[in-house]
Design a protein around this ligand. Structure first.
Ligand SMILES: C[S@@+](CC[C@H](N)C(=O)[O-])C[C@H]1O[C@@H](n2cnc3c(N)ncnc32)[C@H](O)[C@@H]1O
Length: 225
């Protein structure tokens, strides 16, 4: 199944809003760290419902572009805002439809690891970023967060499982400096008492703590030279 088929289905069944609610727990902390300035142009890679751009516009970003491979995602995202300074476009991480040195920042939450050639996607990001521009790459699926590994079984699109070190290495290979790397915990998700486990989703409380509080979201920040 293609990205389009897989995620068009998600959008049609309302999972775009469900992701927004869950991802917001950590995405808002990542967005708060971005050094955006008034008038900046920002790309959201794998934008889903487009919530990141709506939030960044409140901080004065001049122009937001939400790129997604699933047309239904972009159609829904357009319907969630009437802000003309945000544009949604259908495209692929392999070939970013932007000129060299044209963007101030790129953000991506829970999407980068779906790239069919992730190092090439990083090279594309480097190409479109202005010198000094940043890439805030946030993922919940990574090597150290072991409870996430089974996600691949439930999705038809091939996912890249990198470690923290592999992210840093790939950023550098693509020509980006690594300015920061951090695990952003999800402190909002309710973790029930020991007696509630096992639950439908979790075998043990330790596993749930590992997923949300210990690891949460891996943030890697790249800077274009
Ligand atoms: C798990 S969703 C995350 C959406 C949103 N960023 C969020 O935090 O809720 C991943 C999104 O990336 C998009 N996507 C995945 N692979 C893609 C690719 N190769 N090119 C463009 N979009 C892609 C999907 O269509 C989907 O909307």
């Amino acid at each position: 199944m293609s990205v389009r088929e897989e995620f068009d289905d998600w959008a049609a069944s309302g999972r775009d809003r469900g992701m927004e609610d869950r991802h917001w727990h950590t995405a808002k902390h990542v967005l708060a760290r971005m050094p955006v300035e008034s008038g900046d142009a920002v790309l959201d890679l794998g934008t889903g419902s487009g919530y990141a751009l709506r939030a960044l516009r409140e901080r004065g970003v001049g122009r937001g572009y939400g790129l997604d491979g699933a047309p239904e995602m972009t159609r829904n995202a357009r319907g969630y805002t009437d802000d003309d300074a945000i544009g949604f476009l259908v495209g692929d991480f392999d070939d970013l439809p932007f000129a060299d040195d044209s963007l101030d920042h790129v953000f991506s939450m829970e999407a980068f690891y779906y790239a069919s050639d992730p190092v090439h996607t990083l090279e594309e990001i480097r190409r479109v970023l202005k010198p000094g521009g940043t890439f805030y790459c946030a993922v919940n699926f990574f090597e150290e967060s072991e409870t996430t590994h089974a996600w691949q079984e439930n999705i038809s699109v091939e996912m890249t499982l990198w470690s923290r070190a592999a992210y840093r290495e790939a950023f550098r290979e693509a020509g980006l400096y690594v300015a920061e790397q951090d695990a952003v915990p999800d402190r909002e998700i309710d973790i029930p008492p020991e007696s509630a486990f096992p639950t439908d989703d979790w075998d043990s409380r330790e596993e749930m703590i590992d997923r949300y509080r210990t690891w949460g979201t891996l943030l890697t920040v790249g800077v274009a030279p």
